[in-house]
Design a protein around this ligand. Sequence first.
Ligand code: ADP
Ligand code: MG
Length: 474
Amino acid sequence: MSAREQVKRRGSTDFGSLRLSPSLIQVVAELGYEKMTPIQAQSIPLLLEGKDLVGQSKTGSGKTVAFSLPILNSLRVDKRDIQALILCPTRELCTQVAREIRKLGRRLPGLQVLILSGGQPMHPQLEALRKGVHLVVGTPGRVRDHLQRGSLELGAVRSVVLDEADRMLDMGFQEDMEAILKKVPEKRQMLFFSATYPRSIDSMSRAYQHAPVRVTIEDEDGKLSIRQVSYESTPEEKPEALLWLLNQHKPESAIVFCNLKATVTELAYALAREGVSCAALHGDLEQSERDRVMAKFRNHSTRVLIATDVAARGIDLENLDVVFNYDLPAKPDIYVHRIGRTGRAGKSGVAVSLAGVREKSKLQAIEKFTGTPIATQTLGRSGERAKKEGDAVAGAKMATLYISGGRKDKMRPGDILGALTGEAGGLEASKVGKIEIHDRFSYVAVSKEIAHLALQRLRDGRIKGRKFRVEPVR
Ligand code: ADP
Ligand code: MG
């Protein structure tokens, strides 16, 4: 770590103080980003100086903007070469990052951002590469595939980012990453971003970065701003205990982590039978099914997501009301990663765990790792718990509609919003929620009470002057 300086400086948090092009400053203002987050304030100035960097801060702290703005600032749109390569662990995360970059780059006319992620057809990727793009966001496996086929040319790359480097290492991408890093020019900027800092990042940093600066952001007091509770319960008690806890907390959005796929499936079934608005997310789902589940959860059509760590990895979610650990994870850092999905954006978070008597040592290891005590509580007596308070987590606020047109049909969020709220639609904009445009279809969330009406209006009317198939998403 000799070549590294630990940076602890306190500069301005005003985006306007950065040596960024005026158009980028303007976009940042348009997006409503008022102040830089700590990781942004501390890393962007260094990145603009061209330094290599290892940035570490918790999930949701704005790392994407931190690396994207400097990349966009030095990008030459008139040169159709790949100038930056961003590696992310999952397809979802690639999509998130690409979306954020396209947003930030909307005043750079002609900017081409390409996603190269696995599990997607090869042909469109090859086609896009042939035409030329400025920036690639991809998963290590697929990017390496392209390098081997000779379809990806990295000779003009000036910036390389490993986003969620710790997760990529966890997922076994080290070899792929190193194969890729060996193919980028010697003279380039290399950034690693990560929520935790495992030893293997240190060794990769030594091997591939030049005099890297390390920026580490801790919470105010170095501790987590999340209220953590654990309930002692036997495996048999858990389903009922969870139901009771859901009723206690009445979360609008919550995630329940289980260690096994089988538990996810069983639990989702059991909760659904009790009327809980929930969905299962695990590795066996088809990609389209995952997309549907995630879209519904993000747009508040589903309140409780039940997931394995692998399935939930890398997916970006807004602040959740509660994170439940139905099972405690094997390792403390996984626990920290899980509960980092609550208590974000200055809101207070709650993490609730169900732990058996034999899991005391796991709890202790977690407490030691985080330096924060976890309050242990006992569940109410079984009889009291059985007394349910109606179905507090039954109804979601929103419902999701499917529209058979997407990006390939030049569909934009405004087109859908317009069709719903315009003269033909006549609905209030406040009743329309998240709009997600995919390649060949779109999802729009609408308030449940007007869902039927919205469906009818979209079916009767036109979007962009065309007829599309519109269906409710179950
Ligand atoms: P991380 O990669 O650290 O987990 P993200 O980059 O995904 O976090 O950012 C989390 C959210 O914060 C995103 O929705 C992003 O648009 C938002 N965000 C980023 N920077 C700012 C900012 N300066 N002000 C307000 N919101 C921001
Ligand atoms: Mg991120």
